[in-house]
Design a protein around this ligand. Structure first.
Ligand SMILES: NC(=O)c1ccc[n+]([C@@H]2O[C@H](COP(=O)([O-])OP(=O)(O)OC[C@H]3O[C@@H](n4cnc5c(N)ncnc54)[C@H](OP(=O)(O)O)[C@@H]3O)[C@@H](O)[C@H]2O)c1
Length: 306
């Protein structure tokens, strides 16, 4: 099976390329990593060119403008990169008969779910920021192009369009929440102060290589059509996540809770960012424990990123 991955140098894209290269049904010769400058979200003709060149059976669309504050400052650009580019890709895929798997986000929800359960695929969407709006526009554009009529229905397996929503990704190449917390904790330790971390944002931390493995397993069975949520097991506030990172790393710095209002930013993150996973994935603290040695090794050796 020939599979192209957009955003192939991104956090999820690189994990997907690695997992697909190891998969029996794909392998190195059948994986087409589409990264900038080949596939740039600002180039609406790129998909058609690359599809004609590589003729993949399936495109996994992991590229996105993920700078949520940038999206808030430039909502039209966000809509072009996350909405219109997905539309162009979906139409191009239909033109060549390629399947499409779009990666989306918890930020299509407003984060105000009152019963404190994880969002399910058919729950009512209602983004509260420009990034979420633009990603929802991408979902809708793909559904529109593939003729999946209901705005929020989960399609059956065998459909040629799949949408997978995930949340709070972490993993190589670093520059993610765990590496930022470890760096901030080191600064706090040096000056003998506690670390202040937001406690009123709660989500589903998800290890990109675990998500990639779950996606590759779905692709291997051919059952990737329809709308799904995939996250690691468990949930945490940002502050609790930070405490677990420092506990596992053996860093003796106190984490003090603060409210998100104390950390002003351009985008408004949904307070409740928890998704109910349609696929069982190990609990996030276990994934964190698998990832931590890679962060430590990279920081000690100052070598290549994890
Ligand atoms: N990160 C999260 O917490 C999170 C949570 C939920 C859902 N998601 C979704 O999961 C998918 C993968 O996310 P990720 O964390 O792997 O993202 P990422 O690391 O930011 O990777 C996104 C990729 O898109 C590429 N890209 C191509 N054209 C671009 C353009 N014009 N502007 C900006 N980027 C462009 C980037 O290329 P370069 O490498 O060359 O910059 C990058 O490789 C995305 O669809 C995202 O919306 C992410």
């Amino acid at each position: 099976m020939r599979i192209a991955v957009t955003g192939a140098r991104g956090r999820l894209g690189r994990a997907l390329c690695e997992a697909l290269t190891d998969a029996a049904f794909a392998g190195p010769a059948a994986v087409f990593p589409w990264s900038r400058p080949d596939y740039d979200l600002d180039d609406l003709g790129a998909a058609e060119r690359l599809l004609a060149r590589d003729r993949p059976d399936l495109v996994v669309h992991a590229a996105a403008w993920t700078d949520v504050d940038g999206c808030a400052r430039h909502p039209q650009l966000a809509n072009r990169r996350n909405g219109e580019a997905t539309d162009a890709l979906a139409r191009a895929c239909l033109g060549t008969g390629s399947d499409l798997l779009v990666i989306s986000t918890n930020e299509v929800f407003d984060g105000r779910r009152p019963d404190r359960r994880g969002y399910r695929p058919n729950d009512r969407v209602g983004p509260i920021n420009a990034y979420g709006e633009s990603k929802l526009a991408g979902e809708r554009a793909a559904r529109g192009a593939f003729g999946v009529s209901s705005s929020n229905a989960a399609g059956g397996s065998g459909s040629r369009l799949g949408i997978i929503r995930t949340a709070w990704l972490f993993g190589p190449p670093g520059n993610d929440f765990p590496t930022k917390i470890l760096a901030a904790a080191e600064r706090a330790r040096v000056v003998g102060e506690p670390l202040h971390v937001v406690s009123d944002e709660i989500g589903s931390p998800t290890y990109a290589p675990d998500l990639a493995a779950a996606i590759v397993a779905l692709v291997g069975t051919g059952g990737y059509g329809g709308l799904r949520h995939i996250v690691n097991g468990g949930q945490a506030s940002r502050a609790d996540w930070a405490r677990e990172i420092l506990r596992q790393a053996g860093v003796d710095v106190i984490v003090e809770d603060i409210a998100s209002t104390a950390w002003p930013r351009a985008s408004t993150p949904p307070a409740w960012a928890v998704l109910a996973s349609d696929v069982p994935v190990r609990p996030w603290p276990e994934a964190m424990a698998a990832y931590l040695p890679r962060i430590m090794q990279a920081s000690v050796g100052s070598g290549p990123p994890p």
